[in-house]
Write a protein that binds this ligand. Structure first.
Ligand code: ADP
Ligand code: ASP
Ligand code: MG
Length: 406
């Protein structure tokens, strides 16, 4: 029995006309596959509108109520699609996260899927329904509350369901026709990739390429679920995200990734004694804050500076924690710089070819772009630079590494 899970993102379900387009595609697919599960996002921009409303309502919205609010966007699109399908004579049913059996931990606004009880979905599939599932949401038994999976979380709903149901593949329909060598909105000459390995996609998603949420790639990699990224607006082969195989080209640099939603915090004039870093990072840990890069300067007269970067969304929380620990460790001051961005190059070929970093740094230097922080792994190099230099750096690196060429 063939089973496909398809996910349609915000721009693909932006209004009723778009939902009718999705219904047309779903109707065609239902003829080609035995079972079809369709995961939907909220209409484009809707989750942002809800977030804004919450912050208008109060300064520090309660996280439980925030999830209740944010999950409502997907509650609108799923019944609409199911209605359209039914009106066209196709058996369909919409299900919320909870009705779909998606159980998460209790971390509101960034919950992780713990288990999926597939009995209900399976029953409907066996009965030949197209099952339309609300993306981005789950249910926490410990909190007895609706949870959401973090921005872009519908990708994760789709891949997790594909794994739990043993689907043949998970198809992600979006507003671009695949995964590109860089964001095609910043570099028009970016090229669609035929294949991307899980490993590269994990780095790309982690570094800011928002085409797939990182958790969805983690699920896919762990369980070997192939993902096919395609456009919901035009036909085409799309991009396969799957395990690296012998046929995949092991290019030096496969893609350039950027992330402007980053902030740098510096705790300056820190007395340089053993255990200081542990105290600082101990104060941040356990608050769900994702510290990315860390740099500690050489100490001068027994004092040092420690800088770290976090996603912009965590900057205020991090600042509060650092201000608190500043007194405790007798540091001079805490500085915040929101005017930074991260550019990275990713490629499995780097593993066996040294020299990529040198090439990247000299390209940035030639363009007069100064580097504030650097971090590397086996298959990526990232640099923190001024935010206003990010687009230029991306275009230049894309050209310098000749990524537009087949
Ligand atoms: P959806 O609403 O369908 O989930 P997203 O906006 O989350 O879509 O993700 C698609 C967007 O990701 C594209 O419009 C594109 O601008 C951006 N993007 C960033 N990097 C890449 C990349 N390397 N390849 C393709 N798209 C990318
Ligand atoms: N609607 C949610 C968001 O905008 C989830 C998603 O679209 O994947 O982040
Ligand atoms: Mg998305």
């Amino acid at each position: 029995m063939s089973l496909i899970v398809q996910k349609y993102g915000g721009t693909s379900v932006a209004d009723v006309e778009h939902l009718k387009n999705v219904a047309r595609k779903v109707a065609e697919w239902k003829k080609k596959t035995d079972h079809l599960v369709v995961v939907l996002s909220a209409m484009a921009g809707e989750t942002n509108v809800l977030l804004r409303l919450a912050h208008e309502a109060c300064d520090n919205p309660d996280e439980r109520e925030m999830d209740m609010l944010l999950s409502s966007g997907e509650r609108v699109t799923i019944p609409l699609l199911a209605m359209i399908l039914k009106s066209r004579g196709i058996k369909a049913i919409s299900l919320t996260g909870r009705q779909s059996g998606i159980f998460t931990d209790g971390m509101h606004t960034r919950a992780r899927i713990k288990t999926i009880k597939t009995d209900s979905i399976k029953k409907y599939l066996d009965d030949d329904y197209v099952v339309v599932v609300a993306g981005f949401q789950g249910y926490s038994e410990e909190n007895d509350a609706v949870t959401t999976l973090g921005r872009g979380g519908s990708d994760t709903t789709a891949v997790a369901l594909a794994v739990a149901l043993g689907a043949d593949r998970c198809e992600i329909y979006t507003d671009v026709d695949g995964v590109y060598t860089t964001d095609p909105r910043v570099v028009p000459s970016a090229r669609r990739l035929h294949h991307v390995s899980y490993e590269e996609m994990l780095e790309m998603s982690g570094l800011g390429a928002k085409v797939l949420q990182i958790r969805s790639v983690e699920f896919a990699a762990k369980f070997g679920m192939p993902i096919l990224v395609k456009s919901s607006f035009q036909d085409g082969p799309g991009t396969w995200v799957k395990a690296e195989d012998a046929h995949m080209e092991k290019v030096l640099v496969a893609s350039v990734v950027y992330d402007k939603a980053q902030a740098k915090l510096t705790i300056a004039g820190v007395p340089d004694s053993p255990g200081i870093a542990a105290k600082i990072f101990g104060a941040i840990a356990g608050n769900g804050i994702n510290v990315d890069m860390i740099i500690q300067n050489i100490s001068v007269h027994g004092l040092t500076d420690i800088s770290l970067t976090v996603p912009t969304a965590d900057a205020k929380k991090t600042l509060d924690r650092l201000e608190a620990v500043k007194e405790e460790i007798n540091a001079r001051e805490v500085l915040t710089d929101g005017n930074i961005g991260k550019v990275s190059v990713v490629g499995v070929g780097m593993r066996s070819h040294p020299g990529v970093a040198a090439k990247m740094f000299s390209m940035l230097a030639d363009a007069g772009i100064s580097l504030q922080m650097i971090s590397t792994s086996e298959i990526k190099i990232s640099c923190i630079i001024n935010e206003e230099d990010v687009d230029r750096a991306v275009r230049m690196l894309h050209e310098g590494f000749e990524l537009g060429k087949e």
